[in-house]
Design a binder for this molecule. Sequence first.
Ligand code: BGC
Length: 490
Amino acid sequence: MEKQDTYNKNLVVVIAAVAATGGLLFGFDTGVISGAIPFFQRDFQLSNSMVENITTAGLIGAVIGAMFTGRLSDIFGRKKTILAAAVVFVVGAVWSGWAPNPHMLIVARLFIGLAIGVSSFSVPLYIAEISPTKMRGRLVSLFQLLITIGILVSYLSDLAFANNNVLSSWRPMFYMGVIPGLILLIGMFFLPETPRWLMSKGREDESRKILQRIEEPALVEDSIQRMKDEIKKYEERAGLKEIFRPWLRTALFIAVGIMFFQQFVGINTVIYYSPKIFMIVGFEGARAGIWAAVSVGVVNVLFTILSLFMIDKLGRRKLYFIGLSGIIFSLDALGLVFAFHTALGDVGKWMAIAFVWIYIAFFAISLGPLGWLIISEVFPLRVRGIGSSIGSLSNWLFNGVVAFTFFKIVKLFTASGAGIITHEKLYDEATHTFVTHAINNGNPAGAFWFYAFIGVLGLVWGYYFLPETKDVPLEKIEEHWHQGGKPREL
Ligand code: BGC
């Protein structure tokens, strides 16, 4: 009875919610730049390639962050790592908003990128390790929910601050990032370290105390025993080499693979460029484009909420196959809409937005949360820090490659004469007026079909490599790899 009282589900939810603020920052700081670009470009009078440098700086920061902090979180613990990221988020937000010149902005974005990279692996890791087995999937998906809320909030706040007559509109957009940064910093300060990490440092009493507050009473001693066994088996230091051992190759292949397919179905072409895509298909003006993007952001959030209820019930594999099939279908349909946009006329743009909604809905219930969940689950304790950091590192690399190549792929797959022409008002520095330009955007139909094709490969990959981790204790997953088990048979 006494034990029952100390086990506190609400506490776990609070813990996860605060930690997941790291996800909100991740989403916010990725999304915020899309609305800020037009303003700092004019404010600093930048060329497009300089804009690209500034955008890419954040991404490079994220790659570096994900690369170096995996080890640090194993050494210093999950909590301290997240606290450090929170400080970087706050400082980076102020720094970005304040930047007096483009070079400073590059450094500031690189800096905040570090925090995005760090939090993108340490937050799901923290949550997975502190959650009771039965709630693990739902709680890690909370991280994904906050990413999507962060993206939506950044679109909305960009919209709120975007004033065409005020060139410095981009500054308050960046400053806004201070608020969630402070919440994470203050909240995390009061949260406990994870029992699993404490155990790996031989701090059994502390570990048990925390476990008693968060795990089902019947499972506490069981969990302790499992952690102990696991640790005893691998006394040797877990280094980079360890993660490339043959018995861990499957886990590594799963982590990198799930991130590959999460990114290569083209999710971020929609997240970063949806205003642009909607303008191409016939919505007029940047504001209409941004509004259409906001609607995508809302669908993303709503369906991620739905996924919270499904992920621990339906399981990972079912959601993956349902989600990916829906993604392939809507990418094919989008391709058709763009291929026949002249024949479709005005209906085309509404069909396009409908299929983007369907696409994002299927992504939100499957690959979105699954990517981060799976990388936090498949590695054994001793290499979990490094392992999930390799997972998020791949996420950022693939993310970068897709974002960087989207318009090139569009161009590559546009049949001659099939390009869609739009008329956009661009700022002319010489005359300080807006001049209408005709722009040939190419036709994204082929690009969408290309992503759909990769999705089909993803179905095959998933059949062989995606493990069903629902209701399986993390320690059991490891045993399975040790016995040379196939992912499909978990
Ligand atoms: C992905 C991001 C993406 C977001 C969209 C995340 O799981 O990693 O790249 O922007 O989902 O909701």
